[in-house]
Design a protein around this ligand. Structure first.
Ligand code: AP5
Ligand code: MG
Ligand code: ZN
Length: 213
């Protein structure tokens, strides 16, 4: 099963994608996580990506698309995957389609986790992320067992550099301009499914499982 997660920054794509990956036994692929891992390891890709991410802008398609296509070509992706944060522009979606149709494959579902902008800023300031394994917590809603420490891998939790209030506003603006058109794109393909992302995370997951089967 091949799934795309759509939704504004902070809508809960990563939180849900992780649960989907566990339940269905497929890899969770987050382009944001891959960029952050590259930044942490000081790679050239990471340095290039950081300058855009810190401003709340998208990393250019030419850096992002090849990285993602390379990842989904790996052997662990042969039975499917859940993409979180990709595609984010119409050209990215078209490149993905082209690569998949070359292999006689297609995306099964595009799940839009719908959360109004007003709820987003509040969520982001409470978020703490593990840069090692990609786990995400919220200081109020989803706290780790031990403050500041990842439940899954024991690494230190951090506030992401791009979760400052001004940067979140910019990311929301970029989302509406460049990513939201994908909702129309996948609606036309007949695979768009919308879930109410303002519910408790377990209820959001229940709605998604109801769709995926
Ligand atoms: P990326 O890492 O993808 O960030 P994003 O889209 O801005 O999304 P987030 O990860 O911030 O939010 P999320 O929807 O995953 O929410 P989460 O589950 O954490 O991208 C970062 C940057 O990388 C981009 O700005 C761009 O520069 C670059 N980039 C990445 N991909 C790219 C691409 N394809 N092209 C170009 N550039 C790219 O949840 C948020 C918080 O809410 C958490 O604290 C969580 O615990 C909490 N929460 C989750 N669900 C609930 C709930 N139901 N109720 C209450 N709280 C909840
Ligand atoms: Mg995320
Ligand atoms: Zn971790």
């Amino acid at each position: 099963m091949k799934i795309i997660m759509l939704g504004a920054p902070g809508a809960g794509k990563g939180t849900q994608a992780k649960m989907i990956a566990e339940k269905y036994g497929i890899p969770h692929i987050s382009t944001g996580d891959i960029f952050r891992a590259n930044i942490k390891n000081g790679t050239e890709l990471g340095m290039k990506a950081k300058s855009f991410m810190d401003k709340g802008e998208l990393v250019p398609d030419e850096l992002t698309v090849s990285m993602l296509l390379d990842r989904v070509g790996k052997p662990d992706c042969k039975d499917g995957y859940v993409l979180d944060g990709f595609p984010r522009t119409i050209p990215q979606a078209e490149e993905l389609d082209k690569a998949l149709s070359g292999r006689n494959e297609e995306i099964d579902f595009a799940v839009d986790v719908d959360v109004p902008d007003e709820n987003i800023v509040k969520r982001m300031s409470g978020r703490r992320a593990c840069l090692k394994c990609g786990a995400t917590y919220h200081m109020e809603h989803i706290p780790p067992r031990k403050e500041g420490v990842c439940d899954s891998c024991g690494s230190e939790l951090v506030l992401r550099d791009d979760d400052k209030a001004e940067t979140v506003q910019k990311r929301l603006q970029v989302y509406h301009e460049q990513t939201q058109p994908l909702i129309e794109f996948y609606t036309r393909k007949g695979i768009l499914k919308t879930v109410d992302g303002t519910q408790d995370m377990k209820d959001v997951f229940g709605a998604i499982v109801g769709i995926l089967g």
